[in-house]
Design a protein around this ligand. Structure first.
Ligand code: ASP
Length: 433
């Protein structure tokens, strides 16, 4: 009785943390101590954990397109002033670009200090088999949907955002004439929020399975020769998350970063375990609402950020460029470094918020400064682990920018942020077991 009562008091965020730690431990135990391939691989990794982990990611993905579409339309329609929408979008895009450029600079500085590629023998490198067909012009053109319904069906996020914003603006202009459609979107949005809450109840189990599966099958031998490179990326990510973001937050909003991170950690855990910013959108929106951020802003800037803002990915790309240049003994001059900053920012726009795409767009960055893309082959094997960490930073960047934009537009409830007022329904209350 005592125990059940205590368990009931644990919030969803903490359950997610518990799931993550347990999954990590179980995965390591399986990796090191369970040698029977039938039990380890056939029953657990390839079936049970695969089912629980992939099943949960699929549930989250199922929410993304309708949730994003409904909430963008409702969010934009409630901002009656069209100029304000332009200002919010413009501000968000500028902040996204600046934070990504800062991220690449952080990576380049750290990698020049640590020199992860020096002394590496580049003979006999596995040929990289990653091809990129993402160009900047294509990314811009892809924002305009040929057919909005097929964009919705295919989950082309930028096209969905653009179309959602247009519908929202027109609803706001026509007002009375479109009351029925307005109600339809408002109620659709409510339904998707409710569905998100239900799906999120399974998050701790999903996270447990994802972590156990990853760590049960992870080859640790591959990590050692690349320890310096891995170290560089992790330090870069930590600096971005815990130095750059809090500094920007204090500079532009004077809000307390510790309060933010306390609430936000569960979003980072989820992004970490799933390696996908896109599937993290619903949880990110919920947590920001609990921090007092108006959905008017977040419903628009979070999906946008999950699509175009990848600071963690940019850090990996910056480190990878330096790593390869050092390994091949190529001296990158100032012009080449500036080119890297520019192309990594563009690659971040072109990187979709799904696992491992950052490695594909890395091609574009390597080619821009004439580095042999074969070097990508060396880091490919260990990229999965780094993908987890960088996705956690990617989603944090989206949230920090959203916080700044909301603050500048007076669209954040400061009492709620500071814990003086609790939201009508808190996420944790609803989802307590
Ligand atoms: N997995 C990353 C994300 O979803 C993208 C990447 O860097 O591969 O944010």
């Amino acid at each position: 009785m005592e125990i059940t009562a205590k368990l009931k008091k644990i919030s969803l965020g903490n359950w997610m943390l518990i799931g993550m730690i347990l999954g990590f431990i179980v995965g390591l135990i399986l990796n090191f101590y369970v040698k029977n391939p039938f039990i380890k691989d056939t029953i657990l990794v390839n079936n049970l954990f695969y089912l629980g982990g992939t099943g949960f990611i699929k549930l989250m993905k199922m929410l993304v397109v309708p949730l994003v579409f409904f909430s963008i339309v409702v969010g934009v329609a409630s901002i009656s002033d069209i100029k304000k929408i332009g200002a919010i979008g413009g501000r968000a895009i500028v902040i996204y670009l600046i934070t990504t450029a800062l991220a690449v600079i952080v990576a380049l500085l750290i990698a020049s200090a640590i020199q992860p590629g020096v002394g590496l023998n580049m003979a006999g490198i596995a040929k990289a088999n990653v091809t990129s067909n993402v160009t900047v012009t294509d990314t811009i053109l892809n924002m305009i949907p040929d057919n909005p319904f097929s964009s919705l069906a295919n989950g082309d996020m930028l096209a969905v955002i653009i179309f959602g914003v247009l519908v929202g603006i027109i609803l706001a202009t026509l007002r009375e004439e479109t009351n029925v459609v307005n109600d339809f979107f408002t109620q659709g949005n409510r339904i998707m929020m409710e569905m998100t809450r239900i799906v999120m109840k399974f998050a701790p189990i999903g996270i447990f399975c994802l972590m156990a599966k990853t760590f049960a099958s992870l080859g640790f031998e591959g990590l050692i020769p690349l320890a310096k490179y891995i170290g560089c990326v992790l330090i870069g990510l930590a600096v971005q998350a815990f130095v750059v973001y809090p500094s920007l937050m204090v500079l532009f909003t004077r809000l307390n970063p510790i309060r933010f991170f306390k609430k936000f950690f569960s979003v980072m855990f989820f992004a970490f375990s799933s390696s996908t910013s896109n599937a993290t959108i619903p949880l990110n929106l919920e947590k920001l609402s609990e921090l007092g951020v108006s959905r008017e802003i977040s419903s628009f800037t979070i999906p946008l950020g999950a699509t175009i803002n990848m600071d963690g990915t940019a850090i990996m790309q910056g480190c990878a460029v330096m790593f390869a240049a050092q390994a091949y003994g190529i001296d990158l001059g100032m012009t080449a470094l500036l080119t890297v900053i520019f192309t990594a920012v563009m690659a971040s726009i072109g990187t979709a918020g799904v696992p491992s795409v950052g490695l594909i767009t890395l091609n574009m960055v390597f080619s821009s400064v004439g580095l042999p893309v074969d070097a990508i082959g060396i880091i490919m094997g260990i990229d999965h682990v780094l993908d987890m960490f960088r996705t956690a930073v990617n989603v944090t960047g989206d949230a920090i920018c959203t916080l700044i934009v909301s603050f500048k537009n007076k669209a954040i409830d400061l009492d709620m942020f500071n814990g003086k007022k609790t939201p009508k329904e808190t996420w944790d209350d609803i989802t307590r077991f």
